[in-house]
Design a protein around this ligand. Structure first.
Ligand code: NDP
Length: 493
């Protein structure tokens, strides 16, 4: 059988990397090869950026907003029709349960629909000015956008960036993660089928250090939108400073779930369970720290551990599976290193704490859902993003203590609070340093709701009307209406 190859897509053409290099793609649940993707370098990025510029100055740039709306709605329709196929491809490539990925593909569809509708709502303003003038503002696309995306929700996060960029009238060069390149080819093919002119959306596969860095450093790129780790985000922000590229960063998190003493215990347990173990904890908004009021602490921990032990880890294509594989073999030693550090720092492992072995587990990257207690606030597992199925539960006594613990990390992406006391709730809502405060739920990402972080979780918001602003420039047009220019020098000609 010939090996599957996932090429770059530049100017609507499927092409290998100019240097002929490739990268390997594997199924992390089985270890099987899924083929190869192009491993691009500077020359490929350069071609893609030039194609995106030509489209901006050409057919795509001339299309009215209503034309962009039609294409984005069509893309949503085509994606919806292929949702199951995409979900299966992505589940095999990323290791997440098929049914969960299907929900994420549906969310990507909704995202395209949301921004399809939003494209025609972009408008300038007519600000009141001194009577000698008439002024208005127009919104223009920021230009060529470089979109760099991670492996944890591939097609969903690619859509979070591509849909608003296109709605705003920008053109795009997309660089997906080296681990999960497959669904990006389907996405870009769908966009062409929906009517995007050549060069409007280009796909560059490759490693971050090569293709990603070349995109970030390319002078023809006007804006970088990035989702990934905070250290990579910091390097990207520095590189963007060289030519003052616009940049939005959606970075890591260490999000808390706080359970007050009046919370409904079972709801708090189930909500927190979903908050950490969905996607095997590989979510930027994973609620990886749970703070429970001392009155509920013992019963919460008992119920939480019992519920964790009920989670079925296994084949992502099996409907019964709750947690699939980690996205890549390189993730397993990272989990082990975190758990080792927790043991050294006095943590007690109540369940999990090891990779899963035996039978089919031996072929893939499976880690047992892990619950740790008794760690100090300074511990590595409390402070650093683990990005895996590992949660730390801690006790608090006063609201002030809970707020201080919740805010006591460098991140500020999401948070959750379980309570029915609206007065106390407001105190937490005001005090929590997080871009999202979920109440009696750990749901976070819904189209239309701004998604993004405080502090070192990044800046800029995705999925909402304000997202469009990050892909737009504002131009002020000021017109003299007296028939004479300002002449404060009083010079006569
Ligand atoms: P990265 O931040 O390295 O990867 C995200 C994307 O950035 C990938 O497409 C990657 O390419 C690319 N990239 C890497 N280096 C550069 C660079 N110098 N210039 C431009 N692009 C680059 O994430 P990792 O996969 O290494 O994960 C590391 C940690 O980041 C995780 O453990 C987790 O804590 C966090 N993370 C957070 C995510 C989030 O949703 N906020 C998502 C993923 C990770 P490539 O992968 O091809 O090398």
């Amino acid at each position: 059988m010939t090996e599957k190859f996932y090429p770059n897509i530049i100017n609507a053409e499927h092409v290998p990397a100019a240097g002929g290099k490739t990268l390997d793609i594997i199924n992390p649940a089985t270890g099987e090869s899924l083929g190869k993707a192009a491993a691009s370098g500077h020359d490929d990025v350069d071609r893609a950026v030039k194609a995106a510029r030509a489209a901006l100055n050409g057919k795509w740039g001339r299309l009215p907003a209503s034309g962009r709306t039609k294409i984005l709605f069509k893309a949503a329709e085509l994606m919806n029709a292929r949702a199951k196929e995409i979900a299966e491809l992505e589940s095999r490539n990323m290791g997440k349960p098929m049914l969960h990925v299907l929900g994420e593909v549906k969310q990507a569809v909704e995202d395209f629909e949301y921004f399809a509708g939003a494209a025609t709502k972009v408008a300038g303003t007519v600000p009141p000015v001194h009577g000698a003038f008439f002024a208005y503002t127009v919104k223009e696309p920021v230009g060529v956008v470089g979109a760099i995306t991670p492996w944890n929700y591939p097609i969903m996060l690619e859509s979070w960036k591509v849909a608003p960029a296109l709605a705003a009238g920008c053109t795009v060069v997309l660089k997906p993660s080296e681990f999960t390149p497959i669904s990006a080819n389907v996405l870009v093919e769908i966009l062409h089928e929906a009517g995007c002119p050549e060069g409007t959306v280009n796909l560059i596969h490759g490693f971050g250090a090569d293709a990603g860095a070349a995109l970030v450093n390319h002078p023809g790129v006007d804006k970088i939108t990035f989702t990934g780790g905070t250290e990579t985000g910091r390097a990207i922000m520095k590189a963007c400073a060289n030519d003052i590229k616009r940049v939005t960063l959606e970075l890591g998190g260490k999000s808390p779930a706080i359970v007050l003493d009046d919370a409904k215990l079972d709801d708090a347990v189930l909500g927190s369970l979903f908050g950490i173990f969905y996607a095997a904890g590989q979510s930027c908004d994973a609620r990886s720290r749970i703070y429970v009021h001392e009155k509920l602490y013992d019963s919460f921990v008992e119920k939480f551990v019992a519920a964790t032990k009920k989670l079925l880890v296994g084949n992502p294509l099996d409907k019964a599976t709750h947690i699939g594989a980690l996205a890549h073999p390189s993730r397993l030693p990272i989990m082990e290193s975190f758990v080792e550090s927790a043991k050294k720092e006095g943590g007690k492992i109540l369940c999990g704490g090891h990779r899963l072995t035996g039978g089919d587990f031996d072929k893939g990257c499976f880690y047992a859902p892990t619950v740790i207690v008794d760690l100090p606030h300074s511990a590595r597992c409390v402070q650093e993003e683990i990005f895996g199925p590992i949660v730390v539960i801690s006790k608090f006594t006063t609201d002030e203590e809970a707020i201080a613990l919740a805010n006591g990390v460098r991140y500020g992406l999401a948070s959750a609070i379980f309570t029915n006391d609206v007065t106390r709730l407001q105190k937490f809502v005001r005090a929590l340093q997080a871009g999202i405060v979920a109440v009696n739920t750990t749901a976070t990402a819904l189209p239309g709701l701004p998604f993004g972080g405080f502090k070192q979780s990044g800046f800029g918001r995705e999925m909402a009307m304000e997202t469009l602003e990050t892909y737009l420039e504002s131009k002020t047009v000021l017109m003299g209406v007296t028939g004479k220019p300002l002449n404060p020098f009083g010079i006569e000609l």
